[in-house]
Design a protein. Structure first.
Ligand code: NAD
Length: 484
């Protein structure tokens, strides 16, 4: 094993597994690289208790002091970016460039948190003669963040800097498939001067998540993962009267019109479907080809063939994921779809035990096929043919998900027409991966998001805080002209 067994991280201390462990493999080559604790309700309870103690001092620290930790954390992310990216690539399987992009995004997220004192200054007004009312954002207490495998560094940083800078104590439950990056983040927060107990990491799977949903000491939970688990977490945690924001899976449609710019569209769609091996909740999954766009599809095929596993295409997370993805392709083929580019059976010399799927483009997919409806989460693009723009919009609207949608055209009017009618939270015009950069917030619609608001940006301020309204009269002689 290249790395020592992962531990939980509670009150700044490393606590070895008590309830058994699970093996952690690198998708790049299938090597066993570590073991991860499978924690129980007991470890969650310990993390909550230490969080509650630490919360007292931390929430009383002025926000301008709290963000000093995140100025230092940001610099540490930058200083160790190469190492952090290498770790992401090793445990997740993505390419070095993709891993570095993830770390750079974490830096940007942290910079937003450093600006929180400027964004949360509250309001004050004289509401009656001699009577003032002020409102201020107050933290919630101990909160939890549950993250998926596909962005081991960035998704935890969607929540850590904002929730903690706003005065909360946090428990992170990372994906058990990628536990190593989370531990590096804990080390960097400690090095940045965050007091012990304000940030804790509890590893594990379903049992740990259920304990988080049930613990009365946890005030809010953010979840990022599949729709199936997002629904379970949302229902369970809300049933326990917690504030919950649960982001789920995706099935993103890119609508390509005949006047779309040939090279830009083909290269953008190819990059969107294959980036991070298609394991992005913002990845292109369906291209809705409107009218005669065969010239764009031919070019897309050529672009996809330039993407080579082990070179500019990373691995998928597990052998099980590889088999699931290949199963979708085989089933679509059996149902009559045309495989234009076939990524099944990919191997990489010297990394024969890695989990690779090559880029795959499937034409003439129809709505009755499973691949048209379900999230594949691999470097696979289904092309569905449509005769009109309205038919394309109807296809997009028919997907239960709603994370991202995009339109490719050179007509401003048509772009606007489509952007207004697609049912998704993040829209791209000639952009295949329309991730909003800070300060714009990240979040989908429909079955891609349960709860209110978005997970990053200004929206997250409302999620991680509650408003306290104080009405004051100091001068008994003031002739207030309202009931107060
Ligand atoms: P997942 O749902 O399998 O796991 C997410 C988290 O839930 C992990 O921490 C895992 O340990 C836990 N978990 C798994 N099964 C559970 C269960 N039965 N009960 C309680 N907890 C459970 O997701 P994943 O495979 O790690 O990540 C990929 C998914 O995440 C994709 O569907 C992708 O679209 C989605 N995702 C969505 C967004 C978004 O912003 N909407 C971002 C990233 C990933």
């Amino acid at each position: 094993m290249k790395y020592a067994a992962v531990t939980n991280y509670i009150h700044g201390r490393n606590i070895p597994a008590r309830n058994g462990t699970m093996d952690v493999f690198s998708p790049l080559n299938g090597d066993l690289i570590s073991k991860v604790p499978l924690s129980s309700a007991q470890e969650v309870d310990e993390a909550v208790r230490t969080g509650q103690e630490a919360y007292i001092g931390w929430s009383e620290t002025p926000i301008k002091e709290r963000v000093q930790v995140f100025y230092r954390y940001r610099d540490l992310l930058e200083r160790y970016a190469d190492d952090l990216a290498a770790l992401v690539s090793e445990e997740n399987g993505k390419t070095a460039d993709e891993a570095m992009a993830e770390v750079l995004k974490s830096i940007e997220l942290t910079e937003f948190a450093c600006a929180l004192p400027q964004l949360t200054s509250g309001e004050i007004q004289e509401v009656s003669r001699g009577v003032e009312c002020r409102s201020e954002h107050r933290p919630l207490g101990v909160v939890a963040s549950i993250s998926p495998f596909n962005f081991p560094n960035m998704v935890p940083n969607w929540t850590i800097p904002n929730a903690i800078a706003l005065g909360n104590a946090m428990i992170l439950k990372p994906s058990e498939l990628v536990p190593l990056s989370a531990m590096r983040l804990a080390e960097l927060l400690q090095e940045a001067g965050l007091p012990a107990g304000v940030f804790n990491v509890v590893h594990g799977g379903r049992a740990a998540v259920e304990a988080i949903c049930d613990h009365p000491g946890i005030m809010a939970i953010s979840f990022v993962g599949s729709t199936k688990v997002a629904k379970l977490v949302y229902a369970r945690a809300a049933g326990n009267f917690k504030r919950v924001l649960a982001l789920g899976g995706a099935k993103n449609h890119l609508i390509v019109l005949p006047d779309a710019h040939l090279e830009m569209t083909a290269s953008n769609v190819a990059a969107s479907m294959t980036g991070c091996a298609g394991q992005r909740c913002m990845a292109a999954s369906v291209m809705v080809a409107v009218g005669d766009v065969d010239h764009i599809i031919d070019r897309l095929g050529a672009e996809a063939r330039k993407i080579v596993p082990g070179e500019n295409l990373g691995a998928v997370i597990s052998q099980q994921a590889k088999e699931r993805i290949e199963g979708y392709i085989t089933e679509a083929q059996a149902q009559g779809a045309t495989i234009l580019v076939d990524g099944r059976g990919a191997t990489v010399a010297g990394k024969e035990n890695g989990y690779y799927v090559g880029p795959t483009v499937i034409d003439h997919v129809t709505l009755d096929m499973k691949i048209a409806r379900e999230e594949v989460f691999g470097p696979v693009l289904s092309i569905i043919r449509a005769s009109t723009v309205d038919e394309a919009i109807e296809i997009e609207n028919g997907s239960g998900y709603g994370n991202a949608a995009a339109v490719f055209t050179q007509s401003g009017g048509l772009a606007r027409y489509v952007a207004e009618r697609v049912s998704a939270g993040m829209i791209g015009v000639n952009i295949g991966v329309p991730v909003p950069r800070e300060p714009f917030s990240f979040g989908g619609w429909n079955q891609s998001r349960f709860g209110a608001g978005d997970i990053t940006g200004k929206s997250s301020i409302e999620f991680w805080t509650q408003l306290k309204k104080t009405t004051t009269k100091w001068n008994p002689a003031a002739r207030s002209n309202w009931m107060s």
